[in-house]
Design a protein around this ligand. Sequence first.
Ligand code: 6GU
Length: 225
Amino acid sequence: MRIDIITCLPKLLESPFSHSILQRAQDKGLVEVVVHDLRAWATNKQKQLDDYAYGGGAGMVMMIEPIDLCISELKSQRDYDEVIYMTPDGERLNQGVANQLSLKKNIIILCGHYKGVDERVREAFITREMSIGDYVLSGGELAAAVLSDAIIRLIPGVLSDETSALTDSFQDNLLAPPVYTRPAEYKGMKVPEVLLSGHQQKIEDWRTQQSIERTRQRRPDLLDE
Ligand code: 6GU
């Protein structure tokens, strides 16, 4: 899989892809993440990317031409399954969407900034608009990093234990059960006996029951879906 991220703040995206699982996924060749500085497609000598909104009002709007040039250049090099625009008024990201997107071959992610992009960008180039939740971030970069992380860890081979994504919270619309490690007792706080019992079936049953109970208490909305 290849993810092309278009941004006017490429530095914001350096660190998230340079550590741990996301770095290892790239080193193994399972995913290629390429961050593009939109400034490289700026057309005037001031390298301007945004301008005042027609009709007035606070906030700058990202101009269509640099985005058109950038996306057109990428599309001339390969076919893309999706061109995703990160915006708080997009479709809310969930595990189901991450699962879908992890099956794609090439995707572009455009990060919004300022008051957003000229609406014609959305009409002409964008196939899908994503939000990561009902709150506003300063720009789409951190949201793009969140989306990319959620996708990349689902690509087969990225997680060292292939089954570990299957036991994540939300994978079956349930929250994950509690987990424990050594010591078996710490300052009087004990690990549930069943986990020390060695009875694998009892342990699975306990985990399932804990997942259901935890979901009922914390996220009853998930049980209705
Ligand atoms: Cl995708 N962008 C911004 N700027 N804020 C957000 C968001 C995206 N998702 C939630 N809040």
